[in-house]
Design a protein around this ligand. Sequence first.
Ligand code: TMP
Length: 201
Amino acid sequence: MASKRGALIVLEGVDRAGKTTQCKKLVQALLQSGLPAEMMRFPDRSTTIGQLISAYLEKKSELEDHTVHLLFSANRWELVPVMKKKLEQGITLVVDRYAFSGVAFTSAKPGFSLDWCMKPDTGLPQPDLVMFLQLNPDEAALRGQFGAERYETSAFQKAVQEKFEQLMKDQTVNWKVGRSFALIHCGDGTKAIIYPTGLLF
Ligand code: TMP
């Protein structure tokens, strides 16, 4: 019997919003409910492209802004065959950042339109659900290690937050916004419903 396709679930938010913690909790909850699930993250720093991105983020190298945008996108595209295979095997993928981060972070830089930023990611697998972890950038700045990597300044994170808010107006994307997320119902074991908890705006 062919297994049901897994769901593609993305978590987005400003830096230090707690996405990684929420992704891990979600994968754990899905597994406990009997649904095969795995976590992925972008950038995936383990590939050759990912290592170039990582050095840039750690401020060990400089890259021209368009170039690094295209590298982030290429890093997603190089993982598409793996993602498709897992989804076809019925594995739900919980992904820490995706193309929305790509667009929000680059378009927060001067001289970049949303439109230009979105082009290289056109055609990527569409997420079934995008959860936006809402955290005020000032609150995020108080969290551990803020400032260690490129982009971790309060002013830039506020600009990124505004770009995310623009992206969330796209009704073709299934956005859910909250401070955390919970799994409430797993029906007959083939379906999971995730709902946002905490403050919504
Ligand atoms: P992270 O590994 O802690 O999630 O950080 C990755 C950083 O890279 C974060 O500041 C967001 C940024 N980023 C982009 O600028 N473009 C992208 O496409 C992605 C996925 C992340």
